[in-house]
Design a protein around this ligand. Sequence first.
Ligand code: KG4
Length: 340
Amino acid sequence: MADIILGIESSCDDTSAAVISDGYLLSNVIASQAVHKAFGGVVPELASRAHELNIVPVVQQALGQAGVKPSELTAIAFTRGPGLLGSLLVGTSFAKSLSIALDIPTVDVNHLQGHVLANFIRQPGVPVREPSFPYLCLLVSGGNSQIVKVNDPLDFEILGQTIDDAVGEAFDKCSKMMGLGYPGGPVIDKLAKEGDPNRFKFAKPHIPGLDYSFSGIKTSLLYFVRDEMIKDSHFMENNKEDICASFQKCLIDILMDKLVKAARQTGIKDITIGGGVSANSGLRARIEEEGRKRGWNTFLPELKFTTDNAAMIAIAGYFHYKAGHRSPLDAAPVSRMADY
Ligand code: KG4
């Protein structure tokens, strides 16, 4: 009999449910929350309320699209953290309640592990192409920037990580500062395509080892725009494409310098990316380009699996389930998780 896993993701502002059968994705439904746009960032209280409204219809839709009855489910995988506590509480409580009603186990999943394993989501009719272990994952999202060595689906080593802001935060905060809206990553990505990436230079951090820092570049951009606006009040409006392209290039250079170093140090040639920022077209092109130059085997998750989604939680849950892991009923959501 197939192992059919229902995945539930509610760590931030997307309510998502997915069904996978023996590792193959049958459905992946995502309800995004537009309510935060007006505030220029996610409002935690509004996010948890929206999750409460969305969770039942999203799960129903995921089961319906998969053609799976609740009674056919083997286990429920849910995001336990990291994320917003109120948001996590909705998915966690729902997963536990449904598991009691169906008398099936739950498996708790680290959200970041989901991002790192996104390349293992198999889809019916799509040829399977997966990295070999150990591989490196550049995990870049709104809350994290890490280089992870993945020894097997459940054994992760963090080789380097940000010591302050995440790269997604740099995209979002700088976009807000430039009056371009939220979330900043997609807007900057789009404008950058029209601009000259070499026109402006921003200060790069000097951080030892494989760690990152993104708070300095934010300040560098802030002072640059402020000084230019004193000279020309239309500077921002007239140059936004070039500013975005140059700023994005600087972020990608910072990410790539350390990734190249990590690949060299470990001798690993299977390289993946994951997390919301891995949707960035500039970063995707650059990984491919470096890969060709350095003989890497690069694996880029499909765009729909880069931002928050339950398919990645379901696949991570599937690996945990196969390893015999089960979640106790008192497993509480956690906003921060020290390790994988
Ligand atoms: O992984 P994610 O959906 O949520 C978590 O942080 O877990 O990532 C969201 C982040 C945001 O900072 C958003 O601006 C960024 O991913 N993002 C992008 C792009 N699409 C989303 N950043 C750069 N380029 C994009 N195309």
